[in-house]
Design a protein around this ligand. Structure first.
Ligand code: E4P
Length: 215
């Protein structure tokens, strides 16, 4: 399973990219707005210089025509830009039209397996089920990944990848991989936590202490 970073913060992307673990980046309007005063195009273009993989840029239009217009604009910024559209019927129309032009899409805000099936049929490059937000409703978000994985696996025509989104903690990363996700997009903090273990820290301390005290 590949790992993407879910952020528009360039310092976070630069740092995680230096670990050699990043295969892509996802952004959304909230994440872009969090980086006060930055220019959308400049930010996406800068990310493209830091990570050699798909970078999701999200449309804000509610109608297919607007999504298509935005998608064509964003796709011209860099060949790695993927157009994010919502899981709506207007989103499907945009996915279909963009796919016909060879432009890859990320169908976001997916909360059930039927949305994922229709997105795949329309030609989505990736589907983004929001596991954390499903968990928030008291339903097992990982079950959604399992259902989509089973549906996609059963249909050899479907090439759409499953991008596990709304990841809240390292356990979500492990469970996404086990449930059949192709990609997990993680906040920087979660990626940091994923490499932490108190026994690793204690082991390092002990080794250093023993080394210093050697005869
Ligand atoms: C995915 O592409 C989204 O940007 C993201 O994972 C949403 O996560 P949140 O539920 O933490 O906002």
């Amino acid at each position: 399973m590949q790992l993407y970073l879910d952020t528009a913060n360039l310092d976070e992307i630069r740092e995680a990219a230096s670990w050699g673990v990043l295969s892509g980046v996802t952004t959304n309007p909230t994440l872009i707005a969090r980086e006060k005063g930055v220019d959308f195009k400049a930010t996406i273009s800068e990310i493209a210089t830091l990570v050699d993989g798909p970078i999701s840029a999200e449309t804000i239009s509610l109608d297919a025509e607007g999504m298509l217009r935005e998608g064509l604009e964003y796709a011209a910024w860099h060949p790695n830009v993927i157009i994010k559209v919502p899981s709506t019927t207007e989103g499907l129309k945009a996915v279909y039209q963009l796919a016909r032009k060879g432009i890859r899409t990320n169908v976001t805000l997916c909360f059930n397996a039927t949305q994922a099936l229709l997105a795949a049929r329309a030609g989505a490059f990736v589907i983004s089920p929001f596991v954390g937000r499903v968990d928030d409703t008291g339903v097992d978000g990982m079950q959604l990944i399992r259902e989509i994985a089973a549906i996609y696996k059963a249909d050899p025509e479907i090439k759409t990848r499953i991008l596990s989104a709304s990841i809240r903690h390292p356990r979500h990363i492990i469970e996404s991989a086990l449930a059949g996700a192709d990609i997990a997009t993680c906040p920087f903090k979660v990626l940091q936590l994923a490499m932490r273990h108190p026994l690793t820290d204690r082991g390092i301390e002990q080794f250093l202490a023993d080394w210093k005290a050697r005869a």
